[in-house]
Design a protein around this ligand. Sequence first.
Ligand code: SF4
Length: 300
Amino acid sequence: MGQSRSGQRKAAVHVPHPGPASAGDRSGLEADCGSCFGLCCVALPFAASADFAVGKDAGEPCRNLRDDFGCGIHSRLRREGFAGCTVFDCFGAGQKVSQITFGGRDWRRAPDSAPSMFGVFPVMRQLHELLWYLTEALALPAARPVHEGLRAARERTERLTLGTAQELTALDVAAHRDEVNVLLLRASELARAGARDRGAGRRRNRRGADLLGADLRHADLRGANLRGACLIAADLRGADLRTADLIGADLRDADLGGADLTGSIFLTQAQLNAARGDAATTLPAALARPSHWRPASPSR
Ligand code: SF4
């Protein structure tokens, strides 16, 4: 999947640098499908649904996966009923497992390693997702009081990603995630405090809220806590989401046309890819406008 599962295969294989990154450095945390053995298209299961035209079991290669680990329908995923592939992000876990953990030996040439490789991939994905969030938190000036703790957590997480396949499989990743989450939450609170102090908006704590299909047009959501909120198909056109915490929020089919996401916290490219939007949506600098978004806002 990557930012779309198994993008076009590149000619050269790039081995990502395993060392610790400097603050704000996201290198190694973006999917490099050309250096991955199509792990998201093999290791993960998916059920036939609106997102996947056909289902498959974990460990079973997708029928569209080519021999060179590229996707045979890469440019037509949405049209062919595989929109789910365009909204998955491994945060660079695929190339780490392929090139570092397994040293470039792919599961086709070394089928004995396949079960272990497919077991490690979901663990590595969680670790890389945490690295992404930690890097995001370190880029928040207001979170300076916890930067030292964030840096230590990032180094610890980076070291864990360099473990052997056996070590990674045995890792209690949920416990590590819980530890890191305490820091991420504190960083979020510090970053959102400014918006709170300005008194903008009401009922800001919408953590885990069920806002499925909610009419939030032009809502003042500055500094809102929307962690894990269900915003599926919500109408957020023209909403002010500056400095809102969107970690884990489900934005599938949410309409972000004309919304302002400047400085929103922990928003990922995969969340944007799952949403709808238009040319008037204002995005955080690190994220790109999905190609399927509308060129202009419909009337509101
Ligand atoms: S259609 Fe199959 S091969 Fe293509 S990106 Fe999706 S899972 Fe991978």
